[in-house]
Design a protein around this ligand. Structure first.
Ligand code: ZN
Length: 242
């Protein structure tokens, strides 16, 4: 079983009727509901949970974390963001969705401002597949059609991704690196742009397919804290110096 933790700040859904109408149980439960299947088990956590619902023990039992945040990035304690960073370095997978580009853990892992240009003009978007051979793009045709999405544009101040899997093109003309893969330490990170809270993006089957594919791709095959061991010469049966 792949153990997923869906983290959502869960603020818009409590305060805005239009968002509540799209995600009555919160974005986290919508994502959890479409992910749950024979090989994926899902827990959720939100900003208002104690310690944001995140401890080292919980992350130790998490294979892939999914993060959605927007209006309350600053309310996530630095210590929580550091726990997520450390777990990724040890091998946990992490998917950052939409406005999580400015979340504390994503910025910690990237080391750059992670800023972009944006408009809320109800543009339509085509999310183009750049690598049809990649496990994360399986089941997607040439592009995913989003009738409305918040417009995100370049420059997106991230480090060069290891791979760009999707490029978004908007009716207003902007383009954006909408699906980006990174490795940090033993862990893999996928940033995926669709998912503005005012549009029913996470109800679109192709978007769900990408997130499900990403969970399976990012689930760790190897997980260990990265140490800096003092070692003996190769062949010495005592190996590490303790
Ligand atoms: Zn947004």
């Amino acid at each position: 079983m792949i153990r997923v933790l869906v983290w959502n700040e869960f603020q818009h859904e409590k305060t805005k009727d239009a968002v509540k109408a799209i995600y009555p149980n919160g974005i986290h439960n919508t994502i959890a509901d479409f992910l749950r299947c024979d090989d994926i088990e899902v827990r959720t956590a939100t900003l208002d949970d104690e310690n944001c619902g995140i401890t080292k023990e919980i992350l130790d039992e998490t294979d892939v974390i999914i993060w959605w945040g927007h209006m309350a990035h600053k309310k996530v304690p630095d210590e929580v963001a550091a726990l997520v960073r450390d777990a990724v370095n040890s091998g946990m997978g992490a998917i950052f969705l939409h406005s999580a580009h400015h979340s504390k853990p994503f910025k910690l892992l990237m080391g750059t401002p992670c800023s972009l240009t944006w408009r809320e003009s109800s543009d339509s978007e085509l999310v183009w597949v750049t690598d049809p051979s990649h496990p994360i793009t399986q089941g997607i045709d040439r592009a995913i059609e989003l009738p409305h999405e918040e417009t995100y544009g370049e420059p997106f101040s991230i480090p060069n991704p290891d791979k760009v899997l999707f490029i978004g093109g908007y009716s207003g003309g902007e383009v954006f690196r909408s699906g980006c893969l990174f490795q940090r330490g033993n862990g893999q990170i996928f940033y995926f742009q669709p998912g503005h809270e005012s549009f029913p993006t996470y109800h679109i089957p192709e978007v769900q397919t990408v997130i499900r594919n990403a969970v399976r791709f990012l689930a760790p095959r190897y997980r260990a804290d990265i140490l800096c061991p003092h070692v003996r010469k190769w062949g010495d049966p005592q190996g590490y110096v303790r």
